[in-house]
Design a binder for this molecule. Structure first.
Ligand SMILES: Cc1cc2nc3c(=O)[nH]c(=O)nc-3n(C[C@H](O)[C@H](O)[C@H](O)COP(=O)(O)O)c2cc1C
Length: 453
């Protein structure tokens, strides 16, 4: 079979510490499908059709959109949601059918070359809007009572809007925390029994576990707050609880923020400690790196520039070459960065290698030497860019979200050796998401900047 240098990099299989194998380095990133019944429901025929398309699309791993482990804390009103345990047989049946669609078993994808099927599990915490699974008067549960402020840029109007939409969350007590741990473990066991290959704990983008990790939203003074160790305790305990109820061959991943990109939030230094501690558990197979939250949704902002954001927060120095063109003229720093590199969070991934060294197998296969794997998400679009981040050794695999939504078979094209490297047919075609009415101009980051979502 002929090959090209870049497809060779992307098409390498990757074996996780649990022994499960991705047939290549491309991951379909988690995306809420918004296809369940209003108020949250189980996976249905629409999910099956969608995941069959991805299963046939050549991906090495498919991570589902987030599945809520608590039906009183939805992320959106159309999410897949698990009812309160105990889980009954019809729920297991529903998840079996879901697993069959994600693995491609229900649409004839070859077992030897099928994608790994991983369910993302979430508790939305303070980012669960009023009325999302509970009455509009019932506050969301969170590590501390820190109100949501995604519309702060609109002054007093924004405050009123935020109060109307989110309200102030209620601080969780220790029995709430116990309950969350139990729910994550029960949900993971269900996914295992249903035939999925693994689960991913959503600990980024400001949801409950990310809110515990962030010094801005975790003001607790008990053993779950106050220091980096204490803020990471809940996540690490959940890893342990999950591992206790699934076999070692079941994959466990964590989606983690590199930085919150909000003043007083989680910094890269904090995040590096989290990566280190997760690796030390010996029970985590991969970390998916992302960043931001609803107050700064960097993970879905086109042209996001992590270095420029750090400068805004006063925590980094923007390189001179990004501010000045060759002749000293001013250059838009964002477009300058975009031309050079498409991965939003690669500089953090590089730093992770100091705590999670790159491993190679004896045959020299990159990422083949065991140990926790790093997956980079955000902004990746081209074969050149993707093979570049993998061959740099900074990460082991690349995850794509919006391109995968538009082109479910994109992975097949990215790995197709009959399309030469550099040929635009191997990349995500340029796309523009049409605005509906004037919504894309709404001056709220969540609505305006994330319009492409
Ligand atoms: C429609 C949509 C839904 C998303 N839902 C989730 C989700 O359920 N869980 C999650 O971790 N990230 C979610 N994300 C974020 C993506 O996983 C990813 O981090 C982000 O889109 C950046 O990757 P991209 O530039 O390849 O789109 C979503 C993104 C989009 C566009």
């Amino acid at each position: 079979m002929p090959t090209t240098p870049q497809t060779q990099v992307i098409s390498q299989p990757l074996t996780l510490p649990c022994g499960k194998r991705l047939p290549n380095r491309l991951v379909k990133a988690p995306m809420e499908e918004l296809l369940a019944d209003f108020g949250g429901g189980l996976p249905n025929r629409l999910h099956h059709n969608l995941y069959n398309a991805w299963a046939k699309g050549g991906w090495g791993m498919i991570i589902t959109g987030n599945v809520a482990i608590d039906d009183t804390h939805l992320g959106t009103p159309f999410d897949v949601v698990l009812p309160k345990p105990p889980y009954l047989e019809d729920l297991l049946e529903s998840f079996r059918a879901y697993a069959d669609s994600v693995t491609g078993r229900s649409c004839g994808v070859q077992e030897s070359n099928r994608p790994l099927a991983v369910v993302q599990l979430v508790h939305a915490g303070r980012q669960s809007m009023r009325g999302s699974g509970r009455s509009v008067w019932q506050p969301a549960k969170a590590p501390s009572s820190v109100p949501m402020r995604p519309s702060d840029n609109l002054g007093i109007v924004g405050r009123a809007l935020d109060h109307f939409m989110w309200g102030t969350p209620k601080e969780m007590d220790l029995s709430d925390i116990q309950e969350v741990k139990l729910r994550y473990a029960q949900a993971s066991r269900l996914c295992y029994l249903a035939g999925f290959d693994g689960v991913e704990l959503h600990a980024s983008h400001g949801y409950l576990l990310a809110a515990f990790l962030s010094p801005k939203t975790n003001l607790r003074t008990d053993r779950y707050g106050g220091s980096n160790e204490n803020r990471a305790r809940l996540l690490l305990e959940i890893v342990q609880e999950v591992r206790n109820v699934v076999p070692p061959t079941f994959a466990l991943g964590v989606k983690l923020n590199s930085c919150d990109y909000v003043s007083g939030g989680l910094t890269e230094e904090d995040a590096l400690l989290n990566v280190k501690w997760l690796a030390e558990t010996g029970g985590v197979d991969f970390i998916e790196i992302s960043g931001g939250n609803y107050e700064n949704p960097s993970f879905i902002m086109d042209d996001f520039d992590s270095e420029a954001e750090k400068v805004k927060l006063g925590g980094g120095e923007k390189k001179k070459e990004d501010q000045q063109g060759a002749k000293g003229e001013h250059v838009n720093p964002v477009s300058s960065r975009t031309r050079k590199r498409e991965a939003f969070f690669q500089s953090f991934a590089k730093r992770c290698r100091s705590v999670v060294p790159e491993r190679r197998s004896e045959e020299g296969e990159q990422g083949g030497g065991g140990g926790i794997k790093l997956i980079l998400t955000g902004g990746l679009r081209t074969r050149n860019g993707i093979s570049g981040v993998i061959s740099s050794g900074d990460v082991d695999a690349a995850a794509l979200a919006r391109p995968a939504a538009l082109y479910p078979d994109l992975a097949s094209r990215l790995t197709d050796p009959t399309i030469p490297d550099g040929d635009p047919r191997a990349d995500t075609p340029a796309y523009k998401v049409p605005a509906i009415g004037g919504l894309s101009a709404v001056p709220l980051k969540l609505v305006g900047a994330g319009w492409g979502t």
